[in-house]
Design a protein around this ligand. Sequence first.
Ligand SMILES: Cc1cc2nc3c(=O)[nH]c(=O)nc-3n(C[C@H](O)[C@H](O)[C@H](O)COP(=O)(O)O)c2cc1C
Length: 471
Amino acid sequence: MNNTLSRRQILLGGMGVSISHWLLAKAVSQRDGAGTCTGVASEQVLAIALQRGDPGGHYRRALATFPFQQFSDMVLKAFFIEGGQRPGQRPRNIPMFDIAPSKLLIALRVCADYSMVWLAKEKNDGPIGMNYLDKIGIPHVYALVGAMLAGVDYLTVGAGIPDSFPIMIDAVLSGQLVKYPVPVSEIGRSTFHEMCFDPSGFFGENLPEMKRPAFFPVIASNLLAQVLLRMKKLQGKIDGFVIEGPTAGGHNAPPRDHEVDASGDPVYNERDVVNFRKIADYGLPFWIGGGIASPEKLRWAISEGAVGGQIGTAFAFCQESGMDPELRRRVARLAYEGKLKIRTSSLASPTGFPFKTVEGLDGTLTDPHIQVERACTRGALRTLFRKIDGSIGYRCPAEPVDIYVSKGGLHEDTAGRQCICNGLLATAGLGNSDFPKIVTSGDDLPRLMRALMNGPDDDYTVDKVFEYLAA
Ligand SMILES: Cc1cc2nc3c(=O)[nH]c(=O)nc-3n(C[C@H](O)[C@H](O)[C@H](O)COP(=O)(O)O)c2cc1C
């Protein structure tokens, strides 16, 4: 692993969809941090940006350097609209990932992760990483190739047990078939469908020489650190950890004892507290995530043996963030004024993981007056199930209940589930105009906005976050 990376105290949290996009990642890595781009639904992000005419020409600049031009041309031809979509013009259909994606969708995904890393690294020597969620497994084999072609420095992977990533990295480096096992629900047993990608077969020539990115699993317990480090296949292939606590924004690990409060939200107890000294004993660099964005907390993390902190919320609401600027400033102002509450919802996310939602924002998905019709139109969080005829089907607990149940899904799994694919794309200003946004943040949001803003209408930058943390 590159030495400067293991000395960077501030690791930008990977924040989907498109919150920690390349501009934010670049800004953080230029300020002595490590800049993580989010890889969540990046194919949607690239296709939508191209349909909007690629303002600033950034993606076209990146795609002009893609090593297999025939494929980037295919992507541009399919999605780029000169001057952007006209009012009333229907957006081009972006296919959903399934186990047999089209050539165009594969090219789109490889090009998306390539472009994001390439743009974050453009005229920038600082370390740039990619964040993936184990749970969104179908596109990983393509995404990783794109990120590695652009020279990604490290990967942070959470929301599951990401033990297949180092094996995929080896396969990409040695020109082998890249494989990722995606779970398939089946009555009475759990099986996997192996996604396979042969990059040289696909591109028609061998991949250029690439470097090995460092691999940092994002985990929430001593137990998982131990399990991963004991796996034979991972020996020497884990370069460090991000240890994320239950106050962090985004999805959280469920409590070990599965305790819930009266409203069904998770309750964490002392069994969820990580012993960082034990993590430090492994001798690998690690960063602590969740409420670390203060000078005192950062010093405490370092005193526990960590390199520093993985920070999300403080950066999600700064100028360089990928969040829709109007929404971002509204949330920051209301948080500054103490008018918002952060909830850890057991139900909101179709993934089944607890998900932090910002409550008190009229017109967003957490507003009880907002009703949206259930539908699955993006498909990023669909899971696989085995149909009676043995073939594979797809379902998401946020789709219409009767459809989900007709696919063998449990009725109780649909309660309260919302389409966060469309909600999060809307939050990044990339959604359909009529779909409500959904905002996630860490518990620390109100305190942070008061620490970082000079008044309710202030708009702070990445620089301000670094200055505050160094105080
Ligand atoms: C808006 C937002 C989106 C997030 N999305 C993701 C994600 O897609 N993948 C992930 O691993 N973590 C995600 N996180 C968690 C961050 O990567 C990071 O670990 C966390 O924000 C650290 O805690 P903090 O929010 O208290 O700083 C997200 C956090 C926020 C605030």
